[in-house]
Write a protein that binds this ligand. Structure first.
Ligand SMILES: Cc1ncc(COP(=O)(O)O)c(C=O)c1O
Length: 440
């Protein structure tokens, strides 16, 4: 006989979580609307993180919910392997229409991690299709996060995410990260120093030969390792070096896409166009999981037109272009347009920046950095107890009705793009109180 279902916290092995600590003192969110979460007891919590950088249009958007409901009633699922369903094509067209013109072809995945691995595989397949199959080397960057698949993990540059799992992909190198606190601390917007760090790619070319390198993948703004804003001219320099050597440039726009930086994508904000772009999160406003990879026309053609008859790319997911996710993506992109969410983020950016930099005077704060509707507030670690201060600050904020996220000793803020000035004030005032309380 089957055991009765257990109604407790034990069964769910929580991802990227301190399971033991959480289960002794859970923080639960039961409902969400607009800028707010609500705990099971009904306590309001201002969302300072758009969930996990994903609910850009705010929570519980009726337009998205109804689109999902309508689609669920019409057709729950149909395969995309050698079969089609109209809404997946509509969704791809909607994504392509929102993207820069240079990236017209869209491959669907279900997450940012799958998008990262898909982008890397497309880069390798592209070179092989044009007779350069020796280009197998992939280059990432220290402190980069590209999800948790073996590709993204290997190209990513976060020690703890890699160390636990032994072997990662071979033929992977890393550029240095761009975090230079000695020169750039408390910069508003893009830092002045560090463009030359892109030249490390030239050094890798000198070491290995350009004809062995397939692609470089970077986050335009790194989020997961604590909000690293690219130095002025850094991305332009990376682009130029890639061009010089025929290396594909992949932007991981999983968090920077869909308005976060006050433009549709970081590529537009920085005026630097990648050859391949990954996205997820804001694509569906997180209402249904979905990711995507967009590529240049010639990357698509290189793989598809050059292949013998039959399947051209031996890659894809059962749920690529899932009908419910497609419906959510179309509706979410509709909101991006109708409410000009990128424009809203741009309009409040200066206010946000000033509010963030007020914390420069708060004891224990060693750096504040920001761009678009993103801010990172770095705290001095407690001696012998790294991350403890930030975790305590996060808990205090939560108890005080504000959700913030921490990574290491950095508090990372990325609210829904519909945030208004009084909510910006509340967010930073609450954070200020919490940091002061944990200053000792
Ligand atoms: C830049 C970047 N890439 C990839 C991912 C992985 O996305 P997912 O958790 O949907 O697999 C994330 C998640 O935070 C991210 O920030």
């Amino acid at each position: 006989m089957l055991d009765a279902p257990r109604n407790d916290l034990d069964s769910f092995w929580m991802p990227f979580s301190a399971n033991r600590g959480f289960k002794q003192a859970p923080r639960m969110l039961a409902r969400a609307e607009g800028m707010y979460y609500y705990t099971p007891e009904g306590r309001e919590v201002l969302d300072g993180t758009a969930g996990l950088w994903c609910v850009n249009a705010g929570h519980g958007r009726r337009e998205i919910t109804e689109a999902i409901q309508r689609q669920a009633a019409v057709m729950d699922f149909a395969p995309s392997f050698n079969m089609g369903h109209p809404i997946a094509f509509e969704a791809a067209a909607a994504v392509a229409g929102f993207l820069p013109d240079a990236l017209p072809r869209v491959f669907f995945t279900n997450s940012g991690s799958e998008s990262a691995d898909t982008a890397l595989k497309i880069a390798l397949a592209y070179h092989r299709a044009r007779g350069q199959g020796q280009r197998v080397r992939l280059v990432g960057r220290e402190r980069g996060y590209h999800g948790v698949g073996f590709g993204g993990m290997s190209v990513g540059g976060i020690g703890p995410n890699r160390r636990q799992f032994g072997a990662s992909l071979p033929y992977v190198d890393h550029l240095p990260h761009t975090h230079l606190p000695a020169q750039n601390a408390f910069t508003r917007g893009q830092p002045e120093h560090g463009a030359d760090l892109a030249d490390a790619l030239d050094s890798l070319v000198a070491l290995h030969g350009a004809d062995t390198i397939a692609a470089v993948m970077v986050e335009p703004v790194a989020g997961s390792t604590g909000v690293l804003i690219p130095p002025k001219a850094y991305l332009q320099r990376l682009r130029a070096i890639c061009d010089k050597h025929g290396i594909l440039l992949i932007f991981d726009e999983v968090i920077t896409g869909f308005g976060r930086l006050g433009a549709s994508f970081a590529a537009e904000r920085f005026g630097v166009m990648p050859d391949i772009m990954t996205m997820a999160k804001g694509l569906t406003n997180a209402a249904v999981p979905m990711g995507a990879v967009a590529v240049r026309e010639d990357v698509y053609r290189g793989i598809v037109e050059g292949a013998p008859a039959g399947i051209e790319l031996f890659h894809g997911y059962t749920y690529s272009g899932h009908p419910l996710a497609s419906a959510a993506a179309i509706a979410a992109i509709g909101l991006q347009r109708s409410e000009d969410l990128p424009g809203r983020a741009a309009a409040i950016e200066d206010y946000w920046q000033d509010a963030a930099h007020h914390l420069a005077k708060t004891p224990g704060v060693v750096d504040v950095r920001n761009l678009g509707l993103v801010a990172g507030v770095e705290l001095a670690p407690r001696p012998g107890a790294p991350t403890a201060r930030a975790m305590a600050v996060m808990q205090r904020c939560f108890d005080d009705g504000v959700l913030v996220r921490t990574t290491g000793d950095i508090v990372a803020l990325s609210p829904p793009l519909i945030i208004e000035r009084p909510q910006v004030d509340r967010l930073f005032e609450t954070l200020d109180r919490a940091i002061r309380a944990e200053a000792a």
